[in-house]
Design a protein around this ligand. Sequence first.
Ligand code: FAD
Length: 474
Amino acid sequence: FASSEEQDVVVIGGGPGGYVAAIKAAQMGLKTTCVEGRGTLGGTCLNVGCIPSKARGWALLHSSHMFHEAQHTFAHHGIKVSGLEVDVAQMMAQKTKAVTGLTKGIEGLFKKNKVTYVKGWGSLKSGNEVEVAGADGETSTIKAKNILIATGSEVTPLRGVEIDEEKVVSSTGILELKEVPKKLVVVGGGIIGLEMGSVWARLGAEVTVVEFLDNILPSIDGEVRKLFERTLKKAGFKIKLSTKVVSADTSGEGVKLTVEPAKGGDQETLEADIVLVATGRRPFTKGLGLENVGVEVDERGRIKVDDHFRSNVSSVLAIGDVIPGPMLAHKAEEDGVAAAEILAGKNGHVNYANVPSVMYTWPEVASVGITEEQAKADGLDYKVGKFPFMANSRAKTIEDTDGMVKFISDAKTDKILGAHIMGPNAGELIQECVLALEYGASTEDIGRTCHAHPTMSEAIKEAAMATYGKPIHM
Ligand code: FAD
């Protein structure tokens, strides 16, 4: 790599934000380099996040779902299996194969699109220079008209609880367990904690979730949350709300976790083989040298950017988990495309209000737009329409009827404000609603659109009909 050659853009970080930005920038004719320190492309998402944790057909959420189906539902469908066993090592090997295939795939895309890939840790030397501590021990400097920071996020530590990735694990360590823990305590009732808890619960672990707040999944629509909580409890989850973790003792066998009521009170000890700390993620800017150039961050350490992803230093832009907004891979990718377009002199924009959120448990939970609680808090005049999967023919035929579709629309104009789905394949189904919100559609637009029969998507049509009028099948 000729480090003296000035680049139009140097992207620091090769996660979903950075690698997508690099490809898009190169596609638009910009001379582009991407610097990534971890040795493989794909970032948190491909290496230790979205893909190894789920990736239907490949990895852990799907594998554990298949095992659970074989154990609990096959017989009902007249399929007899015996000698069913979990081979955790094979499950993990399958996951690793998926991850390696996908990260190598991005290297191929870089070659195809003529993105220069530099392996090493980058830092800002000036607003137009990136210093790279190469994997080979060499240091080099790359000159750049613009620098795009896409360094993502890392696990937020929890006071009193040291993560050793053996007995007290983060979302990274939980993906590497060698055997099914008998007792798993998940600290944090957010999406990552509940997804990972579901994996190990299906494989036989006794799972207890400890949450500081008085609700799990605080950002999800309250009615959907209650319904989901019921399915978690049916699956054997124990949930301890308004509970604070004080300390973790790993000196003996397993872990002794001391907890107390969030508002103070008597302490209690929970015993576990494994404790998963899933209390959140924070922006990762360590060693990036933001202070060398005076790039400003907010009170949570996120790089402050304007509507065009520019920091206070005009040649330095930032995208993805390291800036404010939903910490999701698809949001980082959208940021990446928009930022590359802006650098190429075009208009790029991301509508954060319509970024969908999906929890890949079974049933899945997916949402876009506002919740009913938000509509109330904002004093909006709104309507609600619902339809349960219990009344959907496809869900009934496969006996997967837990959940519902719920719409919130403007009482006067019927414009859709929010859509919430709990049910089989909710993550795929939500996309119709995302498109509807993006195009400013009404529930009547969806209700009058022909949906194929028999499909789960008919529940969306019926929920839409229930919002502006009446559903047919309820
Ligand atoms: P990252 O993916 O974090 O990538 C940043 C990259 O930059 C890293 O590879 C890092 O090594 C590199 N880097 C950092 N500093 C430097 C430096 N100085 N020099 C060079 N390289 C550097 N999101 C979803 O949308 N769907 C999901 O299902 C989902 N599941 C998740 C499950 C788990 C367990 C976790 C932890 C996260 C999950 N996420 C999911 C969130 C998602 O992974 C992130 O939102 C996404 O990866 C953010 O992308 P990014 O490009 O901003 O950062």
